[in-house]
Structure formats: C-alpha cells, structure tokens
Design a protein around this ligand. Sequence first.
Ligand code: FAD
Length: 306
Amino acid sequence: MSSGRGAASRLRAAGWLDEPLPQVRLSIEVFPPKSPEATERLWQNLELFAATGPRFLSVTCGAGGSGESGTFPLAVAIQARFGVPVAAHLTCAFAPRAEIDALLERYRAAGITRIVALRGDPPKETGPYRPRPDGYAYAVDLVRAIQRMGGFEVSVACYPEVHPEAPSAAFDLDNLKRKVEAGAVRAIGQYCFDTDRILRFRDAVARAGIACEFVPGIMPIHSFSQIRRFSAACGASIPTWLADLFEGVPEGSALHGMIAATVVTEQVRRLAAAGFEAIHVYALNRAELPLAIVQILKAARQGAAG
Ligand code: FAD
C-alpha cells in the first residue's frame, strides 16, 4: 500500500487542478446571429469575451458566402465597440473572384486585416463540391489572392482527423503546406475530441516542415446531440468515451453542463500542459463554457506565479 504522500505526487504527475500551466491565449469564434433575440444575447456574450482580453475574436462566414451581409458588419461592429483584434472568416467557393476581391477591399478599408481564408462547403442537396469557373477553387487559391493584395494576416483551416474529402492524410497535409507556402501564418484546427490525435497531428505538421503556428480548435459541448450532428457533417469523430459520458444525460440539464465543463477544461488543460500557447474556441455564441476555460487557465497561471 502506498503512502498518502506518494498518492498525492502521483496525482500531481497525472495533472490536477493545482498544476501550474503556461500562459495560453484564446481566440474565440462566433457566428452572425439570425434573430433579434440571438443578436442581443450575442452582444451580451461578446462583452464578456472582450473583457477576457482574447487574442482575437473571429466571425464565421456562411457557406454560401454571406460575408457581405452577415460577417462584414458584425466583424466591423465588434472591432469598433471593443477595440479587440477581430478576424473575419471568408469562404471563397461560392462567389466570383471579383466579388471576393471587392469584399477584401472593404475589409481592408474598415481596418479588418485578419482573415481566416476558407473554401466553404456546398449545401448538402447540391452534391459533391465542384469549383466554379470564375471562382477561387480552393482555400490555397484564396490565400494566394489575398497575398497578392497585401496587407492581411491570413489564417487557414487544418484537420487533425483529415478533411473528409481528402484522398489521404498525406494529401491533406500537403494541402496545408501549400496554404502556408502561399502565405498563411496560422493553421486553426478543426475541433477534435481525441487530444492524442491533436498531438500526433502537431508532430506530423512539424515533420512535414510546415512553417506556421498550429492552433488547436476546441468545441465546448453546449448540446451533445447538436455536436453529434455537426461531427457527422464535418468529419470529426465522437469517441466512445465521450458518448458514454453523455449517455442518458438530458440536454439542457445542469448535469449536461457539468459533464461538458469537465470535458472541455480537461482537454484545454492537457493541451496547455503539452505546450500549446494558443487555443481556438468554437463558442457557438454561448459564453458559459468558454468563460470556464478562461477561468481555469487564469487560475492555473496564478497558481504558477504564486
Ligand atoms: P481547402 O483547404 O481548400 O481543402 C478542402 C478539401 O479539398 C480538402 O480535402 C483538401 O485536401 C482538398 N483539396 C485541396 N486542394 C485540392 C485540389 N487542387 N484538388 C482536389 N482536392 C483538393 N466553413 C464556412 O462555411 N464558414 C466558416 O466561417 C468556416 N470556418 C471554419 C473555421 C475553421 C477553423 C475550420 C477548421 C473550418 C471552417 N469552416 C467554415 C469549414 C470549411 O469551410 C470546410 O471544412 C471546407 O470543407 C474546407 O475548407 P478548407 O478551407 O479547409 O478547404
């Protein structure tokens, strides 16, 4: 039988809440709301996010290229109201090149110089993706166009579990390499609940000589059934242990929230302990779990200092 002291040191080695962690900067992603009520809630949450001093807030763009109507005004309004850095997502696949270029000029004129450059996905009913002849076919083509314009800092997407349309993991990694060679400085990861897989992906990026910052994406689970649906669509897997944790737990219950908080803070703490200095949080316009992450990381830093 081991002594109490030995058990305590084993716990510490496994990572307990008093484990000091390095400083981690969070970027937080929101989407343009669709109703007046959702808009009001989002602004309340943005106020809370801005107060945490995020690395940047990012605003998604609808798959159909809704930048002009949704993303642009929201990104500009957030930057004006809070003065925090803002990144605008820009999907390229569903609009002519001239339209995308004009939107980029408007972003630049409005002082939004961080772009998350993406291809976007076709609506399910239209079948597999086919590039339009007058468009930027893939994200790499958009990154090249943005670089030609100059004056932007470009992030791109990457996929620890491989993009669902990629013929192979090697092809997908090579696609990331091309995006970085075209000028992207940061690769933001699709969310992935398997932390070991994220760590292996980081190693693969380094082995491939891809010279950019890799920022893992974290998806707080505000609704497990919603995340199940998202995951089926975007190629993220739901590990058995995660499904087991939510088995029989009613959506919207306090229990659901407690389990979700445990999952997300544990993953963030593991990533911080593994040396990631930045993490991207898919907030889905909700504040509770992103703020729990902020608090846990802040407390861990204070512990480290004290
Ligand atoms: P790409 O890098 O162009 O890759 C798409 C696929 O094509 C990959 O399988 C790649 O391997 C393959 N490919 C690349 N080049 C070629 C080629 N020449 N020939 C054949 N295949 C090729 N979607 C939105 O609609 N709005 C958003 O705001 C949004 N934000 C996102 C943010 C992040 C951080 C992430 C990870 C995803 C986001 N998405 C968003 C989803 C994204 O649009 C989809 O995942 C989309 O399917 C791929 O986008 P991409 O930029 O990674 O595409």
